[in-house]
Structures are given as C-alpha cells and as structure tokens.
Design a protein around this ligand. Structure first.
Ligand SMILES: Nc1nc2c(c(=O)[nH]1)N[C@H]1C(S)=C(S)[C@@H](COP(=O)(O)OP(=O)(O)OC[C@H]3O[C@@H](n4cnc5c(N)ncnc54)[C@H](O)[C@@H]3O)O[C@H]1N2
Ligand code: MOO
Length: 404
C-alpha cells in the first residue's frame, strides 16, 4: 500500500496535456485557452464620455466658483454611437451621453448634476480636474496587445473579454472523453426490475457521470457489466477511444474481482493497486497507449466517489490544461471530538466547513462508513485524519479539502 501523496503524484506524473480544438466562444466556459488572444483595436477605440453631461474645455472651467460661475454656450448634443462634427471653441459646451465620442477640442466632461442649464447656456460653479469623466482611447488595452494568455481558465468574464475583442472562435484544450463502466452481478441500473433482495442500484454510475461533467470531462456512460471477464473485455477492447477509462467495483479481494486480471490483457500498465486511504483502499491505477489513464475504483459508493474527487478529478483538470489541479488543503477548527479505532490509513471524512470572519470551522458526518453515500448530504469538504491519529479533540486545527 502506498500513501496518498505517492498515489496522486503517480497519477499526475502520467497525466499528459490533451490535444486542442477550436470552439465558438459560447462553448468555451470552463475550458482552458490554448492560444493567446489579442486585442483587435484599442480599448476604448476612441476617447469617450464616462457620464451623461457636458463636454467642455478645461481651460474654460478651471476657475469656476460659486461666486464667479462660468457660463458656456451649448452647441448641441452627441448621443452614444454618433460621430461628432462639433469643433469646440472657447466658451462652448456640447451635451454628451455616456459612451459618446468626445468632440474635438473638448477634454473634460461635467455631469449634468453639477450644472444648471438655461436657454442654451449652462452655468458651472465648481472646477473639475483636467480630463475628468473622459475615458481615453487605448487606456484599457492597446491594439495587438495580448489580453488573455494561453493557459487562462475561461470563466464568464473571459468570455466577455473575448467578445469585446471580436474573438468568436478560440482554441482550447479538448474535453477528456471519460468512460464509466460499472461492474457487478448484483448491480442494476435505475428503472430495471429488482428480482432479488441482494441486488443493488448502480448509484456509482450516476455520481461518476456527474463528477466527470463537473471536472470538465465528457462522460461516456457504458452501463453495467456482469462480473465476467469476457463481458468486461468487450468494453476494454475499445479502450483506446477514451482518454480516461473508469470502472467501479471488482478491484478488491473477492473471487469475482476480475478487473485486476483483465487490465493486463488489454494493455493497461498497472502503476498502483491499493492506497493507504480510507475509504477507497483497493483503488487501482494504470496507463494505456501513450496517454490513456485507467482507474479501477472500488464498488463501495463512498469509496468510489471519494477516489474520484481525490485522484481522478486532479488528473482531469491537469489533462485539460488547468494549473490549479492539486487539491488545496487548509486548516479549520474542529467543532466536536473525533475518535476512530483503526488509524492505519489516512481517512477522508465527509465534513462541513463553515466560515466565520477569518476563521473556518469543521464539523463532520457521523456516517463514516464507505457504503453510506448519504454521508455526503449537507457536507462540503473532506476532513483529513492522518495515519496514526486515533483521536482529535474539539478546538484542534484539522486539515480540510473542499469538494471540487
Ligand atoms: N477481504 C477483503 N475484502 C474487502 C477488502 C479487503 O481488503 N479485503 N476491501 C474492502 C474495501 S476497503 C472495499 S472499498 C471494497 C471494494 O470492493 P470492490 O471494488 O471489489 O467492489 P465490489 O466488491 O464489487 O462492491 C463493493 C460494494 O459496493 C457495492 N457496489 C458495487 N458497484 C456499485 C455501484 N455501481 N453502485 C452502487 N454500489 C455498488 C456492492 O454492492 C458492494 O456492496 O471491498 C472490501 N472488501
Ligand atoms: O477502502 Mo474501502 O473503500 O474502506 O470501504
């Protein structure tokens, strides 16, 4: 049995960056840019007003005061989207709206609130700084400048930035194709008739499907296969099509746990089998072809789910070009005592982390066993109980990892 860090670094060591594809920007959310995105023009493309008000010449208004108001003649108005033919001379102002181009000769904008208008004239009773309320051409970005670097995660903000520089198609890392195959004679899909009390619904298939989606992958649901080498082999025959292949069940010591024998037959090079973690001890990891990743996750629902979050999720992120793929560990104050009997493995207990000002607090689910998927209800993190630790007192600092 290897420790968790070693398992994770083995997985990441074999995780290679996936190839790229071009997508329409609306399809790019959550993907990672595989190219730099450049500005097509200066931003803003022209000097324009940041307020509804009057474009003026600073020279004219710099000495305005309550006692000596400045009076300017209003030549006309410029709405946003209009070009301007006004040429401003001494003693004049032009009514202007937010986003409209600053007329030639003007350099400052006075908001309506600071003026009084009367018969095509305005009165100004206080000065403004030179350039007030003017958004300068190119002040945000210069034409040709890299606005988004390759490697950037695309969030709604970045999508907007790409639209603002008229980039409609962009190169991103492809979504990994991830197969999910549930194994087990007793496993039934949702909706299938249950003939015997000993049969179990395949919750794992659905958790995994959603986890893959959440990790930015493309889930391929392969259904359920019996504990039968030939049947499982029919799926593994096509393993090359997938970037990642996940099975659940059949990896422990049971007589029908075929996966570990089969993997060799289908070109999977096993890198580890069994990790000193609780749950998910029997997890198996291997590689195929030059870049495929194979995960044999345990059948127990919590073991399967947790092994995905802590081993598969980081790999999917890394493969997709993400830089933040290592699970972040931080400290929280334990709100109640924790005790366990067996301290051989590092345990990842489903926990709830809450924040109060600067401090984080941690409580945990008392359903600690690996068949209880309901231990995830209302929880948002894993509390890490390290090897050799049997007891943690209320008030102690514990390590926690938020769910992805
Ligand atoms: N003698 C030993 N027995 C077991 C060991 C061990 O070290 N020595 N390890 C235990 C641990 S830890 C785990 S975890 C399980 C993992 O076993 P498998 O991966 O071989 O899984 P199965 O035996 O096929 O199933 C275990 C359990 O999970 C249920 N299951 C399976 N598939 C699904 C599914 N798709 N959806 C929901 N539930 C599923 C299955 O019915 C079993 O109850 O092994 C221990 N045994
Ligand atoms: O490791 Mo198993 O996942 O403890 O139940």
């Amino acid at each position: 049995m290897i420790p968790y860090e070693e398992a994770l670094s083995k997985v990441l060591e074999h995780t290679k960056l996936i190839d790229t594809e071009r997508v329409f920007i609306n399809q790019s959310l959550g993907r990672v840019l595989a190219e730099d995105v450049m500005a097509d023009t200066d931003k803003p493309p022209f000097d324009n007003s940041a307020m509804d008000g009057y474009a003026v010449r600073y020279e004219d208004i710099k000495d305005a005061s309550q006692e000596k108001p400045v009076k300017l003649k209003v030549l006309g108005e410029i709405p946003a989207g209009e070009e301007t033919a006004y040429k401003m001379e001494k003693g004049t102002a032009v009514k202007i709206f937010t986003g409209a181009p600053i007329p030639e000769g003007a350099d400052t904008v006075i908001p309506f609130e600071l003026t009084q208008e009367e018969n095509h004239y305005i009165l100004i009773k206080e000065p403004l700084k030179l350039g007030s309320n003017v958004r300068r051409k190119g002040e945000e970005i210069k034409e040709g400048e890299v606005v988004l670097k390759a490697g950037t995660l695309i969030r709604p903000y970045e999508m907007g930035i790409m639209a603002s520089v008229n980039r409609v198609v962009v190169s991103v890392y492809r979504k990994p194709r991830v197969a999910v195959l549930a194994t087990g004679d007793e496993i039934k899909d949702v909706g299938e008739p249950i003939e015997k009390l000993s049969q179990i619904r395949s919750s794992n298939s659905y958790v995994l499907f959603a986890q893959i989606l959440r990790s930015g992958g493309e889930p391929h649901y392969l259904g359920i296969v019996k504990d039968n080498e030939e049947e499982i082999g029919k799926f593994l025959k096509h393993i090359d099509y997938y970037d990642v292949f996940i099975t659940t069940g059949g990896v422990s010591m049971g007589g029908k746990d075929y996966v570990q024998h089969l993997v060799k037959e289908y070109g999977i090079d096993v890198k580890f089998h069994r990790v000193r973690i609780k749950p998910a001890k029997p997890v198996l990891f291997g590689t195929y072809k030059d870049r495929g990743l194979f995960f044999g996750l345990p059948g127990n629902p919590v073991s399967c789910t947790m092994a995905f979050d802590l081993l598969v999720h980081p790999a999917l992120l890394k493969m997709s070009g993400r830089k933040d793929y290592i699970p972040k560990v931080f400290k929280a104050i334990l709100k109640e005592d924790f005790i366990r009997r067996d301290a051989e493995r590092r345990e990842f207990v489903r926990a709830f982390v809450s924040f109060d000002g600067e401090k984080a607090y941690c409580s945990y689910s008392h359903k600690t066993q690996s068949h209880m998927l309901t231990s995830y209800i209302d929880m948002n993190a894993y509390m890490v109980v390290y090897e050799g630790i049997k007891e943690i007192k209320k008030g102690s600092l514990v390590d926690v990892i938020m769910f992805p």
